[in-house]
Design a protein around this ligand. Structure first.
Ligand code: SF4
Length: 229
């Protein structure tokens, strides 16, 4: 089985409950969504990278002493090859995070399903992808499957300076899913430190009121918006 790989790199996890953990990232290329603010367009809008066999990818990942592996994208759950990839990582003693938008369900080995459902402000209005993105971005059955099948976090990218920040949309979605606020992280949208800090300050009272965790994008703070970090 094969997977198209946009990049592999060692860094620290910059987002979510496992922020700060040294990790190896494997970014699968290809996505079924086209978020207007996507920060990895080389894995979505213009997917790139070599097609590699799963054993070849595993050879590389298992040769690292770093325990944590983050399988990200793009949308890694789109591809059947992610199942043997995760099985091989588990066999090799790795701790596995999957980063997904939560539109595709699969049964696989995973220690943390990091689900980032996409809100209305992600839709690329006026592009060829608008209707398809809007149609696919939320799938309640898939989200229910993921949150009941895996240890998980629900990580929402929010822009509190947007006309429609999406907080109401989040609370409606959590109600529909009967999801626990303790698993929810609000993360500011942005790709520079100044914007992230400004928006974090606006998100803090919202998190306090609703019992959510305020997330960060530590890799942007540390390394800037650069590939391979
Ligand atoms: S789901 Fe993720 S990878 Fe896909 S377009 Fe949206 S932000 Fe980019």
């Amino acid at each position: 089985m094969k997977l198209r790989i946009a990049e592999t790199f060692e860094s620290i996890q910059g987002e979510g409950f496992w922020t700060g953990r040294r990790s190896i990232f494997v970014r699968l290329s290809g996505c079924n969504l086209r978020c207007i603010w996507c920060d990895t367009p080389y894995a979505s809008w213009e997917p790139e990278g070599p097609v590699r066999s799963v054993p070849d990818i595993l050879d590389e990942l298992l040769s690292s002493p770093i325990k944590d592996v983050v399988v990200t994208g793009g949308e890694p759950m789109l591809f059947e090859g992610v199942v043997p990839l995760c099985a091989g990582l588990r066999e090799g003693g790795k701790i596995i995070t999957i980063e997904t938008a939560g539109t595709v369900a699969r049964t696989l080995s995973c220690d943390l399903m990091s689900i980032s459902p996409k809100l209305r402000h992600s839709t690329p209005i006026g592009t060829d992808w608008e209707a398809r993105h809007e149609d696919l971005r939320l799938n309640l059955d898939v989200l229910r499957n993921l949150i009941t099948s895996y240890d998980h976090q629900l990580k929402f990218v929010v822009n509190p300076e947007h006309d429609e920040p999406g907080v109401d949309e989040i609370t409606e979605l959590l109600q529909a899913l009967n999801a626990d606020a303790a698993n929810v992280i609000l993360m500011p949208e942005g790709t520079d430190t100044e914007t992230l800090h400004r928006r974090s300050k606006l998100l803090e009272p919202i998190c306090k009121e609703l019992g959510f965790t305020l997330g960060q994008r530590l890799h942007i703070d540390l390394f800037g918006n650069t590939r391979g970090t």
